[in-house]
Write a protein of this length. Structure first.
Length: 414
């Protein structure tokens, strides 16, 4: 982000201009919801004692996960609103990634969301959506989608996965950093797509099928933890009695999409899978996924357009995305939908367009207005999960008229 780096390192008058303009450069993101429910939120954390923490050099450290749950709340729910960045360590990590001082992101970090902290959950049992973020993301980074789904009656549990998220503060105060950016991380990921010898090793832990399998186990661990909460007569969050573990979906963007697809191939509890622009592993593409699946992505030329304006996207990466996403649809034994929105860029599948207009000026965001992109993704998400988990509403292709920017290709069962 060259412009931000110049601003951040220039002294004197330019610095004063930046302070005055900060409200335009990094305005506070605003997230509106359309569902009938107020939204509550709470933080979940647990340790999976059966699994090592591969991001640590301490062989005794076990895998600890942090998640944010958004859920439908009782009518009239009121109280303190959740801050957008729940983890200060993420704000610091993302500032380093963008090459800007921490204070420049203060407005984004402190923005209030519509979610009420600790609100009582709405009556009844609600379907669950486990959500995974992309590389160097956070559990907050798809709030536009999580808040909308929660307002329509879903419990959305978004994970901060140590090693994949930019930074995660664990209950003991330890901050787990990302394992690395693309040059370091891609060999761990692509081993599950195009296996090579030898298999990667992280801190002494071999990854024979790549890191996606390890990250997918976080999704299964999440479902185990939610089942434990559901079995408790009382528990601090109050969510347990309201979790419908018979109706579980997953969604993920980029690396998160890889993760949830891998989990869907391995965990029979998952009933619906929504993938947002991700390269997919052999576990997902060889036989397809056993549950209904939707892929929302772009065509190869749209990815090249982004490369021309913002860099990135080698031809090999484009080919892998296009071929593996098609394969998971072509191999699907049941209902499947392939959706293309060629006017989006990669970051438009996340909250980032709501952060600042600089992303569009820098060519990182696509030609479609970011708010409209979020509306389309939310509409498709709701239609897909309502159809597959609730048996309600219409099939996605029947509602296509609401999203003329999207091309929806259904594949019928059988």
């Amino acid at each position: 982000m060259p412009r931000a780096r110049v601003i951040a390192t220039t002294a004197g008058l330019l610095g004063l201009v930046l302070v005055a303009a900060a409200g335009w450069v990094w305005p506070r993101p605003h997230f509106a919801t359309t569902g009938r429910h107020p939204v509550g939120t709470t933080t979940l954390t647990w340790t999976d004692t059966s699994r090592p923490e591969i991001t640590s050099q301490d062989p005794a450290r076990r895998r600890t996960l942090v998640a944010q749950a958004w859920y439908p709340a009782v009518p009239g729910a009121s109280g303190p609103r959740a801050r957008y960045f729940a983890d200060p360590a993420f704000a610091e990590a993302i500032a380093r990634l963008f090459g800007v001082p921490n204070w420049l992101l203060a407005g984004v970090s402190a923005a209030e969301t519509p979610a009420v902290v600790g609100a009582a959950p709405a009556v009844g049992r609600h379907p669950i959506i486990v959500a995974c973020t992309g590389l160097s993301g956070s559990r907050s980074l798809s709030s536009f989608q999580a808040l909308e789904l929660a307002s329509h009656g879903y419990v959305v549990v978004a994970l901060d996965q140590p090693g994949a998220s930019a930074a995660v503060t664990l209950p003991d105060g330890h901050v787990a950093p990302v394992l690395g950016l693309k040059p370091t991380f891609d060999p761990l990921l692509y081993h599950g797509i195009e296996p090579r010898t030898p298999a990667p090793v992280v801190n002494g832990h071999p990854l024979p099928t790549g890191i996606a399998t390890y990250l997918a186990d976080d999704v299964s661990s999440t479902l185990d933890h939610l089942a434990d909460l559901a079995d408790l007569a009382t528990e601090p969050t109050g969510l347990g009695p309201h979790l419908d573990l018979e109706r579980v979906g997953v969604t993920g963007v980029s690396l998160g999409g890889t993760t949830v697809a891998e989990a869907s191939a391995r965990d029979h509890r998952i009933r619906a899978t929504l993938i947002l622009e991700a390269p997919l592993t052999q576990a997902a593409t060889t036989r397809g996924l056993p549950q209904p699946v939707m892929v929302i992505t772009r065509g190869a030329n749209a990815m090249r357009r982004e490369r021309d304006s913002a860099g990135g996207w080698t031809e090999h990466e484009i080919d892998v995305h296009q071929q593996t996403q098609r394969a998971v649809i072509d191999q699907a034994p049941g209902e499947a939908w392939f959706v293309r929105i060629d006017t989006l860029s990669h970051i438009d599948f996340t909250d980032l367009p709501a952060w600042t207009p600089l992303f569009r000026l820098a060519g990182w965001s696509g030609p479609l207005d970011g708010r409209r992109g979020h509306q389309i993704i939310n509409g498709l998400s709701l239609t897909f999960f309502d159809h597959t988990l609730r048996g309600a509403g219409t099939a996605p292709e029947a509602a296509a008229g609401a999203w003329p920017e999207a091309t929806i290709e259904p594949r019928s069962a059988g």
